[in-house]
Design a protein around this ligand. Sequence first.
Ligand code: ADP
Ligand code: MG
Length: 626
Amino acid sequence: MAKISINLKKGNIQKQEDVIIGIDLGTTNSLVAYVPAEGKPARAIKDQEGKNTLVPSIVHFDQTGSIVVGDEAKNKLEINPERTIYSVKRLMGKSYDDVASFQKLLGYRIINEDTEALVKIEVDGKYHTPVTLSAEILKHLKARIENNLGQVVSKAVITVPAYFNDSQRQATRDAGKLAGLDVLRIVNEPTAAALAYGIGLDSSEEKKVVVYDLGGGTFDVSILEIQHGIFDVMSTHGDTFLGGDDFDRAIIEHWMTANNWDTVLLEEDKGFSQSIRLLAEKAKKALSKKDSFSAELKGTQITIRKQDFESMIRPIVERTIESCKKAMKDAGFAPKDIDEVIMVGGSTRVPLVHDMVKAFFEKDLNTSQNPDEVVALGAAVQAAVLAGKQKGVLLLDITPLSLGIETMGGLMDVIISRNSKIPTALARNYTTSIDGQKNLKISVFQGERDLVAHNRKLGEFILQGIPPRPAGIPKIEVQFMLDADGILVVKAKELRSGVEQQITIKSQYGISEAEMAKMLLDSIQNAKSDMEIKALLEAKNEAQNVIVNTDRFVKQHKSWLSEEQISSIVRLLDELKSSTKGEDKDVINQAMTSLNDYATPLAHEAMDKVIQESLSGQDINSTKVD
Ligand code: ADP
Ligand code: MG
């Protein structure tokens, strides 16, 4: 939309286009980018000095209560750790229980007043949430681009890791809203990286792409399949505690040992630990270009050679290659199937990382785009697509875990299956299991196991006011609507009366990548036993239906059934009832077959009678099976 406005910076009146910005909200660094005009490449915005595009994802609260973000906050990390919040992305959409295990790794305090609620961070007795802290980073980025362009921006595309679940995506969206941004899309980071390389923009193109992302503290690899402009995440793997920080730590350890420095210094001398950390990162970056690095610390000359650095980090890089192997296996691909390997994240500048990834995938890597910026640039490309600056591109993602509801016997009934493209809406019909039933509980689960007990509960609600009818008669449609950001709306509707009820799922509890991987693994490992339990529960459910229907049949047709027929049915019915108390599905199925074999001819006879009676003008309703 074009509008006329006054450019406050330049003081002139101009016609402005609404810009939609792309934001990479990273664990270590964040940045903002945009596409200046149709056909122009995306551009990341630098700080006021025109130097850096990266904003360290760090928020510092100073003594007076004012907030600083970015490089200025990074300087306080060692000196004032309890007021300086970093790695907040790790806490997004998580409960205290989810993150308690890594409190010891953080310099600030996370709060456990309610272990199941979303986590909070305490600074000077004031509570902050990951959402409000992320909003501070987003505000900083928004101000940066507004200053640079001399105009207000209010619309954004923000990226998240492919493995982020619904609540983490929602938390990111909320942070955007708090920062005064209308978040038009949440896009997966690997999808954005591919877009920055122009992959997927031509809808006739079909490609299999690996995105290898090694950042400051996290690693992930995603395998994308791109067809008709649709991006499918075939698999993702990684380690949420592996990254460039580990390289820094290796260098620090090396220097501590080489100079016989006591490790206690790192804890007790904040000035020293700040200096050595900064020097280690500087050394690491230098070694991406040179063969050695030296500096002075505590009056001592400290050095490190590239070859020593490489032998220290080789095992760490090896672990990322293991993840690549797993991701390739999950996707069912071999290196020869892959068309492109895209390198993302500052740590991919380390030559050893580059070489090992190249050797594993047996091909040249895409490194022409700046690895720190590529995700933000891709987000800007997606923003341009939304703004209509790129025609004919459709962007879809997939849902990583199946979504469904609990049905009788605690079975998981999948409505939207894992790897479905989103947005999507699917519905399925259900009914009641008891005569006269007025309420139906809808419990929503996420996961791959056949029993809901093994899956993750997202929420539940009760559909009330179902008109009382015999079991099996009411038709209840349960609809799942999953939008492009992975937000789920579940609606249940009784079709005759129209009564309906719905919930929007913004689940409170986070699910980590590791948990997600475990859920998938469990489902594979337990597939056989799950199948047996499922078969038993299904037999029991079916038997229950047969019992209800047969009871009803006997009641309705008492008038013409012989006493012998009735007592035979009752005997077979009792056998079936007692079989359902046992745990042998074959016995249940056998009892069902016996009852069916006996009752089916009678049911046909009943049908004939209904037809005859209707032909002779009698009221069919009196004998109609409802
Ligand atoms: P994130 O995605 O976690 O926010 P980034 O992609 O910004 O992180 O990566 C940050 C990491 O990249 C840091 O550990 C930083 O030290 C490292 N890094 C940046 N530049 C280089 C370089 N030239 N050589 C090696 N490591 C680098
Ligand atoms: Mg990143």
